[in-house]
Write a protein of this length. Structure first.
Length: 608
């Protein structure tokens, strides 16, 4: 979704706002704007397109003077990208400015009410309703006006607000959209995500639902929805600030792919102690784990694909039945949940709207929940009964790579530990699993070092119109992720199919020269999948196969083969995904696409 920032302090605000927005541009980039109080009035500058357009218009903020301001980078939900629809939005007198991340679901009803009171609207956005509603309720006390607005609006929001009548103060409020407050030496900040403030402070407060933050140059206060003052504890962020920078790589996505070996180590190492898996962080007793009758994995996008992989691993190793649901469908199918079930919610950001709603649905029914998330202090991390962090560090590229790999490893560890506690595997088997898990970082590094072969192959398919990904079992799960990677950053139409389903309709789409990526890592299914490959090549397909070292038989069927190192069959997805990520990346680069900011997409989907 969108990204918001705010600053008030002893320095010029505009350059800080633009810098903060540059760290949030992964959240939206069809337009941007900033509002700064110049000592007399609130001045606004907006621009359609990427943030650099706004930076050029303002000479990196130099043309907008003032020590307090708010900023916004947009991912359109209401109204096409335009100056009128770009944030910040004003009330009619231009005395109240607002930036907003989220969706006001009842904005049409509120807009009609306000129009009846004489208010005029100049944009197509839901956010302008908030600006006018604040004006409607403002009688000299900003907190009172904000709380009254909170009682009226429905939906999700993180708001940054400025009142001309209160020039030394910034206001911020959240409900179901992420918001942090940073306490710096030279001023205080608000932002949608931690990277926006790391340059200025590491001391942050995570704002919870229906909380208001009031910032001056030196002080920060917090209030609840009833306007009562509350106290909050700050958190010290220990990320390396360089983790949020490109570090010499052409794109964040490429950098994050190369960070995957370390990401896997960081997720594994704290949880392997003295040759055993330690998940005490979850606070789950052995009795609780043994009582689990069924696991429901709920997620969106790539996180959902890791859940499909985890289904095979949990069922195959721990013998626990697993259902995997798209979070956007989970609530609406009225799932059957039993008292001894466990609902696992997977989300990189910990703020994914549908996933958060699914978690709340499970909790409302009294079902135990476990969040697997990357962002410390995120909504899912706070609200889940148990939480397991992936420790992937900041991931900036819209298309996930390292967070995906970290989620896989976290799920492997859980499945193995659950299996051991439930008596489904022996200590010797656990030791064997751990040995293979600890080899994964080095094996991923090896695959990344052989990028030239994949880059050369990718250059041949820059003009492809359709690409199909096929596999069986776990290989089908990885095909889904490979297909998503290609389509989301290269805009090439791609689909993933269970290889055994090809003859049930899909094979009719194959014609001369169609590229098919076949994942073949499950030894028990080699012959079956090779037969499917032959069916494809006989109809003119060009088949790229990703398979294990030693499976040379596939060379008789496939046109091009990429080998991955040998590992336990349950862990092959952690290796097979690497060449598919690289392939998607180099196709996208070859086409001249914006790899880090693919069209119509944003990193964190914080609305339904």
């Amino acid at each position: 979704m969108c990204g918001i920032v705010g600053y008030i302090g002893a320095s010029q605000a505009a350059p800080i706002l633009l810098d903060g927005l540059s760290k949030l541009e992964y959240r939206g980039y069809d337009s941007a704007g900033i509002a700064v109080y110049d000592g007399e009035n609130i001045k606004v500058q907006k621009a359609i397109g990427r943030l650099k357009v706004l930076s050029e218009q303002t000479h990196d903020g130099a043309t907008m003077t003032g020590m307090a301001g708010i900023g916004h980078t947009r991912w359109a939900t209401h109204g096409a990208p335009s100056n009128q629809n770009a944030h910040p939005h004003f009330n009619q007198e231009e005395t109240i400015a607002v930036v907003h991340n989220g969706i006001i679901e009842n904005y049409l009803k509120l807009k009609k009410h306000l129009e009846g009171k004489g208010y005029q609207f100049v944009s197509d956005t839901d956010t302008e309703v908030v600006a006018h509603l604040l004006d409607y309720y403002y009688k000299g006390d900003p907190i009172e006006a904000i709380t009254r607005v909170m009682h009226r609006v429905e939906g999700s929001y993180a708001l940054g607000i400025m009142f001309k009548a209160h020039p030394g103060i910034l206001y911020a409020v959240r409900k179901d959209s992420p918001l942090i407050v940073g306490h710096g030496k030279d001023g205080n900040l608000i932002a949608s995500d931690v990277p926006a403030v790391l340059k200025y402070t590491r001391n942050v407060y995570f704002i919870q639902n229906e909380e208001i933050a009031v910032l001056s140059e030196e002080n920060i206060g917090f209030y609840n929805v009833d306007g009562e003052e509350i106290t909050k504890e700050s958190t010290t962020i220990d990320w390396d600030i360089n983790a949020a920078e490109k570090g010499g790589y052409e794109h964040f996505m490429l950098k994050e792919m190369y960070e995957q070996p370390q990401t896997v180590r960081d997720t594994l190492n704290p949880r392997i102690k003295d040759g055993a898996i330690d998940i005490e962080e979850l606070g789950m007793s052995e009795e609780e784990i043994c009582m689990i009758k069924k696991i429901h994995i709920v997620a969106c996008g790539s996180a959902y694909h890791t859940g499909v992989t985890a289904k095979y691993v949990f069922e195959g190793v721990a013998r626990i039945p697993v259902e995997v649901d798209l979070a956007s469908e989970f609530r609406y199918r009225n799932p059957i949940l039993q008292q001894d079930d466990l609902v696992i919610i997977i989300s990189q950001s910990g703020e994914t709207a549908d996933s958060l709603a699914a978690l709340r649905e499970a909790k409302n029914r009294g079902i135990k929940t476990l969040g697997i998330v990357n962002v410390v202090g995120s909504s899912i991390a706070r609200e889940a009964d148990k939480v397991m962090y992936t420790w992937a560090g900041p991931e900036i590229a819209v298309a996930t790579t390292k967070a995906y790999s970290a989620q896989l490893v976290a799920e492997y560890l859980l499945a193995i530990k659950f299996a051991q506690i439930r008596g489904e595997i022996t200590d010797a088997e656990v030791a064997s699993y751990l040995k293979d898990l600890q080899k994964l970082p080095e094996q991923i590094e090896m695959l990344l070092s052989n990028k030239e072969k994949i880059q050369h192959f990718a250059n041949r398919y820059i003009s492809a119109k359709d690409v199909f990904f096929v596999g069986r079992g776990l290989d089908y799960a990885i095909s889904m992720e490979g297909s998503l990677k290609l389509k989301e950053i290269s805009y090439i139409h791609s689909e993933a199919y269970a290889a055994g389903e090809l003859k049930h309709g899909t094979i009719s789409l194959i014609e001369e020269g169609t590229l098919v990526a076949a994942v073949v890592t499950q030894e028990a299914l080699y012959k079956k999948t090779i037969s499917n490959i032959v069916e494809l090549t006989s109809r003119g397909a060009f088949v790229l196969a990703v398979t294990n070292t030693g499976n040379t038989e596939i060379e008789k069927a496939a046109d091009y083969v990429i080998y991955i190192p040998q590992t336990n069959r349950w862990f092959t997805n952690s290796l097979a995904i690497i060449p598919l990520q690289l392939f998607s990346y180099y196709v996208s680069v070859g086409k001249g696409c914006d790899v880090d900011k693919p069209r119509n997409l944003a990193k964190s989907v914080t609305v339904e």
